[in-house]
Design a protein around this ligand. Structure first.
Ligand code: PMP
Length: 449
């Protein structure tokens, strides 16, 4: 372990991590293997992977079938391009499968290697869509504050968390942000969206992009009518709607895609993570029949956008098997049922402990907000590092979770594998209760309560 930590410090620049913290403290958990909902570190400690790693290991760890699908495909064909006039069976079959489970009227897929590439692709596709219809001025993108869409050029700019823009100087031009419906409610959030549209000029806007549930912003579940109102506004102004389903796709929220909860049909839907349960990097964008028809009719010559690994055969073969598992094992239904149980458990914790604010879950995507005063939702002072302490107490109890501390919040996020059973949910709840209780007791003197 010590040797690994030294090598990690010396050679490995971690994504979305503090380099200084790494140099001072070293990697804390070096993960070795996984089985079902559990992961084991190199010291043999076992944890519930309550985030499905990065919201992605939907079918759980250790699936031999997926390893076999990868091996079979690798042995048969290492790689082949899908550029120009080339194609191959795994990509064709996966595109067909995704079309068959996608919301009605979305039937054509462009493949990428992950969520950031998917959103950059969606943004470039909508701009292309307007250009080939002689409306090149429609290029602006509106997104939500606290939205997360990735770290490539356009997806960073669409992301509504300023730290991601500031890291390299600034964001691209032509990106604008409206208020999130979470906390603001539908009416105010729609008014904010309208205000941005009117200020910028509807005829200059290509698309609005949003996550059906804002994940990295702190699992922010919108009011039920929000997306219906968004759809109306988009239609009124002729703006395309992009649903970023990178987290919510493939069963996470108890429906195959998150938009199904809200009864709306987006014009484009970006996905990644759950499509392959993280076993291989894969993502993509599904476009509506209307958009595909325009592309077929008006996109002349080469579409100058493509990744070497668009439709990688091994990734496609694994994703096909992964979707087969999700369907065969009824994991979408299970996510809904277990999500209800998880939420009930959160409710019980809230009743017991006086530092819990909002608790929420939709399918197996949930959060617990820690606050100093649940009556007023007064937040803790950031100096207290409350969520960091809870995360550590959870580690000590064998649970891996993630905290969101955006703008002084203390949000503990949950997105466990969709294979959770009732006793595993109960065990998770018990450990979460124990961890928060421990920190609550530590805070007694500071809070004087
Ligand atoms: N969109 C959303 C909603 C995400 O949660 C993420 C990743 N957490 C991304 C896009 C970016 O995906 P990736 O990290 O695979 O590039």
């Amino acid at each position: 372990m010590e040797k690994l930590i030294e090598l990690d410090k010396k050679h490995f620049i971690h994504p979305t991590s503090s380099i200084q913290q790494q140099q001072e403290n070293g990697a804390k958990i070096i993960v070795d293997k996984g089985e079902g909902i559990y992961i084991t570190d190199v010291n043999g400690n076992v944890y519930i992977d309550a985030m499905s790693s990065l919201w992605n290991v939907n079918v759980g760890h250790g699936r031999e079938e997926l390893a076999e699908a990868a091996a079979e495909q690798m042995k048969k064909l290492a790689f082949s391009s899908t550029f120009s006039t080339f194609s191959h069976k795994p990509a064709i079959k996966l595109a067909e499968k995704i079309a068959s489970i996608a919301p009605e009227g979305l039937n054509a897929v462009f493949f990428t290697s992950g969520g950031s590439e998917s959103n950059d692709t969606a943004i470039k596709l909508v701009r292309h869509y307007w250009r080939i219809q002689d409306k090149p001025e429609r290029r602006k993108i509106i997104a939500l504050r606290r939205g997360y869409h990735g770290v490539a050029a356009a997806s960073t700019s669409a992301t509504g968390i300023p730290e991601f823009w500031n890291m390299a100087g600034n964001m691209m031009t032509d990106f604008h942000h409206a208020n999130t419906p979470y906390e603001n409610g539908t009416d105010k959030a729609i008014a904010s969206l309208r205000q941005v549209i009117e200020a910028e000029g509807a005829e200059t806007i290509a698309a609005f992009i949003a996550e059906p549930v804002q994940g990295a912003g702190g699992v922010l579940i919108p009011p039920v009518n929000y997306f219906k109102e968004v759809r109306k506004v988009c239609d009124e102004y002729g703006i395309l709607l992009i649903a970023d389903e990178v987290i919510t796709g493939f069963g996470r929220t108890g429906t195959m895609f998150g938009v199904e909860n809200w009864g709306v049909r987006p014009d484009l839907l970006s996905f990644a993570k759950g499509v392959s349960s993280g076993y291989v990097p894969l993502g993509g964008v599904i476009v509506s029949d209307e958009i595909y028809n325009i592309l077929k009719e008006k996109s002349k010559g080469t579409l100058f956008h493509g990744y070497t690994y668009s439709g990688h055969p091994t990734a496609a073969a694994v994703a096909l098997k992964n979707i087969e598992i999700i369907e065969r094992e009824g994991l979408v239904d299970n996510a809904r049922k277990m999500g209800d149980e998880l939420l009930k458990g959160f409710g019980r914790i809230k009743e017991e402990l006086d530092i819990i604010g909002d608790v929420r879950a939709i399918g197996l995507l949930g959060a617990i907000e820690l606050v100093e005063d649940p009556k007023t939702n007064k937040r803790f002072s950031p100096d207290l590092q409350v969520s960091a302490k809870v995360i550590e107490a959870l580690h000590n109890r064998g649970v891996i979770c993630r905290a969101v501390t955006y703008e002084g919040t203390d949000i503990i996020c949950f997105a466990p594998p969709l294979i959770m059973n009732l006793s595993q949910v109960d065990s998770l709840i018990e450990r979460v209760y124990g961890a928060i209780k421990e920190i609550r007791e530590e805070l007694t003197i500071v809070l004087n309560k």
